[in-house]
Ligand binder design. Structure first.
Ligand SMILES: [Zn+2]
Length: 111
């Protein structure tokens, strides 16, 4: 579903798909509409792609940006990111970790 970039702001660039789901869940619980940008969806937005790299990002409407930032800030303080399973060794990791403490694999690895 394409949308107009100029009315939206990038709120958060994630390290892995789990994080994207977590952020969207937080925002949608507050009735904040979200869009997720990935390489595939945003191939046309070349300048944005190169500015932020290939990682997926969550976007919100400009009008919701301040509120969305507060929602994320509160979540960070609670440290309530969901657990995730390492794709390298199967270790269960707490949400605040972006890489596996056991084998060093980043949470975005999918092989
Ligand atoms: Zn691991």
């Amino acid at each position: 579903m394409p949308f107009c970039v100029k009315d939206w702001s990038c709120l958060h660039t994630a390290d892995n798909p789990t994080e994207i789901g977590f952020v969207r869940g937080l925002l949608e619980a507050e009735d904040i509409e979200t869009r997720v940008r990935s390489m595939e969806l945003w191939a046309a937005a070349v300048e944005i792609y190169f500015a932020e790299g290939a990682r997926p990002s969550v976007w919100v409407r400009d009008a919701d940006l301040d509120r969305a930032r507060k929602v994320l800030a509160q979540a960070d303080r609670r440290g309530s990111a969901p657990d995730w399973i390492c794709s390298g060794c199967g270790e269960r990791l707490e949400g605040q970790f972006t890489a596996c403490w056991r084998c060093g694999r980043a949470g975005s690895a999918d092989d």
